[in-house]
Structures are given as structure tokens and as C-alpha cells.
Ligand binder design. Structure first.
Ligand SMILES: C[S@@+](CC[C@H](N)C(=O)[O-])C[C@H]1O[C@@H](n2cnc3c(N)ncnc32)[C@H](O)[C@@H]1O
Length: 365
């Protein structure tokens, strides 16, 4: 820093910050590297980079928009231009606007050569006959805004403003989908994960939704197109004791309420109708699963014995439907063997007939 200060004077701090943000944008997995080498010349603020949509997710959305109506997409909260770059890379004609003049100036530097930009409030439409894409701010000066009414701009006014138009809104994955439906949203809710972590829930107005689709899970891994599950597929998934494998479905599938649809597609069944674990004799391609070695009624003493008998060392604990803190349990069990194992703890059966069960498993990888 001292060397930078002697060479660049009072501009040193901002130059160092920009260099560090560029490195973070390009190098950090799940950030902007997949948009191409030009990202290493982009301008950011720390918060703008933090808020930027992961490139893989933005490219997935852009590919979907490329297959939709042949109209211009208006990114009405474009920030420094991530989604605009993804749209451009996917061959979608796009324009951008944002209320923040600093971010807009950065967007001019980053994507201004290919995209028309202007300063505007998303709640006062400045385009007609476009598909409007909005990614409201869900954090502001470090504070997280979890309720859609607290987003900037807020979801309710946004939906009122663009009623009857093609609208795509990126939201937090934890939002209350039932409340959204009660408010009259009749389009598609797409929950997207990237490398196993749930990133967002994207709302597609009815005219942009897949035919008959109300819920979709998109599972992205960055290498292949990813898997999509929708509620238009069959959901005839049985309930049975475990087969060879237990599968903990991707968070996007669980969050979108599509566990049964995913199970039916892959020939899996549920261990309990109310719990998201699936089981089967074959794993879906590329999916990490847990090969069942032992089943014991969940009791710490019995579980400790079962793990010792299997020479358990490193231990991973998965829990659904039972009040257990996996980290605290792992500390108490303290297995000392050599073999890495997993334990899946879950409730099987409802009410008085329900029993907490532990499956000692070998993870597939
Ligand atoms: C989460 S960021 C968008 C990030 C962007 N999609 C990306 O991937 O880089 C939200 C943006 O909304 C902008 N914003 C907030 N309120 C707005 C409003 N009423 N009209 C337009 N933009 C607004 C903020 O300035 C911020 O740039």
C-alpha cells in the first residue's frame, strides 16, 4: 500500500480497492469469471460486486430470455451491468437503467459499448413493449432486507407498476411463495441453485412461464446445462423403506416443493411422505448419495456403537424432521476410527407412530 501511495498519491486507496474487487470478481467461484476476460477491467463497488448475480445464474436466465418472445429486455436495476453482459453474451437485445448514478457510471464503463443505459427509477417505466427484468436490492449498507415489501424497489409496487407486462423479478429464495400467490401472482416461480447452494427464486410473469408451469427447480453446476424439474412432470413417487441409496435432493428441488417430481423422474421413492429424503437402488447421474450400511433407532448410545463397529472416523451428519444439532452431536460422538462415514437421521412415520431413525451410510464421494 505504501508503494502504491507513493506512486498514485490520494488515488492509491481506490486503485487498490478496484484491483482487489476485480480479482474477487474473476477468481471467486460462483462470481463473474464465466462472463469472460473483460470482467478483469470492470469497475465495481464492494457492495455492487456482492449484489451481482453469479454469472452462471445470469447466463441461465439470459438463455431462457433468448428463447422467449423476440423483444428487447430492459434490465431496470442494472447496477454495474452483470445481467446486461449475460444478455449480450446470449444474443438478447437489452437496455439498462438504475437509480444509482455511481453504479450507472460503472455500467457505462463495463457494458456501455454494447448497451444503451439511462438513469431511471424502476417504478416509473421508461420503456414500452419490453420484457422488464428487475433484481431489487436485498441488502442496503450491510443490512439485509428479507421481506419483499422491504426490497428496493419493493415487490408489491413493482408488480402493480408492470401489471399486464412481461416481468421477471429475482427474489430471495426464502420468500413466502404462498403469500405471493395470495397476492395474485399467477406466473412461474423458478428456484435456482448453483453447485448445491440455493441462489434465488425468480418470478416469471404468466406470459413468460413455461407452458402450464407454476414451479420449477433449476440445478446448475456450471459445466453442463443443468437439470430442470417442473410441476408439469409426473409426481408418482412411492413411500417405502430404504433401498441401496439415500439421496438428499438438491435444495432447489426441496425449496420448489418438487421432491416427489424429482423422485418420480429418477425412479426414487420417499422414506416418509412428509420428509424430503429419497431412496433408490441407483443414483441419478452425477448425484452424491449415501449407501445404507446400518439402520438403528436413533439413540446416541446405539449410534456410537454402530459407528465404532464400522471404524468410523470423519463423520458427516444429515438431519431432517428430527430436532438434532448435527455439529453438537458430532462433538459428543467423537468417532476415532479411520473410515469416513455419513449418518442420515430422520423421522419415519407421523404422530405417535413416528420414530427417529439413524442410517449409517457410506457416501458415494
Ligand atoms: C441487487 S442490485 C442489482 C444487481 C444486478 N442485477 C447485477 O447482477 O449486478 C439492485 C440494484 O437496484 C438499484 N435500485 C434500487 N432501487 C431502485 C429503483 N427504485 N429504481 C431503479 N434501480 C433501483 C440499486 O441501485 C442496485 O443497483
Amino acid at each position: 500500500m505504501a508503494a502504491a501511495r507513493s506512486r498514485f498519491g490520494e488515488k492509491a486507496a481506490v486503485l487498490v480497492e478496484t484491483t482487489l474487487l476485480r480479482r474477487r470478481a474473476v477468481d471467486r467461484p460462483g462470481k463473474l469469471g464465466p462472463l469472460g476476460p473483460q470482467v478483469s477491467w470492470w469497475l465495481f463497488t464492494g457492495e455492487a460486486l456482492q449484489q451481482a448475480t453469479a454469472a452462471v445464474v445470469a447466463l441461465h436466465r439470459a438463455a431462457r430470455l433468448a428463447g422467449g418472445p423476440d423483444v428487447v429486455v430492459h434490465d431496470a436495476t442494472c447496477s454495474v451491468g452483470t445481467e446486461l453482459a449475460a444478455l449480450h453474451a446470449s444474443g438478447v437485445r437489452a437496455v439498462g437503467s438504475d437509480i444509482d448514478p455511481v453504479r450507472l457510471a460503472m455500467a457505462h464503463h463495463n457494458v456501455g459499448a454494447t448497451t444503451v443505459l439511462c438513469r431511471a427509477d424502476a417504478l416509473h417505466p421508461v420503456t414500452r413493449d419490453t420484457v422488464v427484468l428487475v433484481d431489487p436490492a436485498r441488502r442496503d449498507g450491510g443490512r439485509r432486507r428479507l421481506r419483499p415489501d422491504d426490497y428496493l424497489p419493493a415487490l408489491g409496487p413493482l408488480m402493480d407498476t408492470y401489471r399486464g407486462r412481461h416481468l421477471v423479478v429475482k427474489c430471495g429464495p426464502g420468500m413466502d411463495f404462498d403469500a405471493l400467490r395470495r397476492r395474485g401472482f399467477d406466473g412461474e416461480i423458478e428456484v435456482t441453485s448453483y453447485r448445491g447452494s440455493v441462489r434465488e427464486a425468480c418470478l416469471w410473469s404468466a406470459g413468460l412461464a413455461g407452458p402450464g408451469v407454476r414451479r420449477r427447480a433449476s440445478i446448475l453446476d456450471g459445466n453442463s446445462p443443468g437439470e430442470q424439474v417442473t410441476d408439469t412432470g409426473p409426481d408418482d413417487c412411492g413411500v417405502r423403506p430404504p433401498g441401496r441409496w439415500i439421496v438428499d435432493p438438491d435444495g432447489a428441488v426441496v425449496r420448489a416443493g418438487l421432491v416427489r417430481h424429482y423422485g418420480a423422474r429418477h425412479g426414487l421413492w420417499q422414506l416418509d411422505p412428509d420428509i424430503a429424503y429419497l431412496s433408490g437402488d441407483r443414483l441419478p447421474p452425477g448425484v452424491r448419495g449415501f449407501e445404507v450400511l446400518d439402520e438403528v433407532a436413533f439413540d446416541e448410545r446405539r449410534l456410537r456403537q454402530a459407528l465404532a463397529a464400522r471404524d468410523c472416523g470423519a463423520l458427516e451428519i444429515l438431519v431432517r424432521g428430527v430436532r438434532v444439532d448435527p455439529d453438537a452431536l458430532r462433538r459428543r460422538l467423537r468417532p476415532r476410527g479411520a473410515r469416513p462415514l455419513s449418518v442420515v437421521i430422520t423421522r419415519i412415520g407421523a404422530g405417535a407412530a413416528g420414530r427417529a431413525t439413524a442410517f449409517v451410510c457410506r457416501p458415494s464421494r
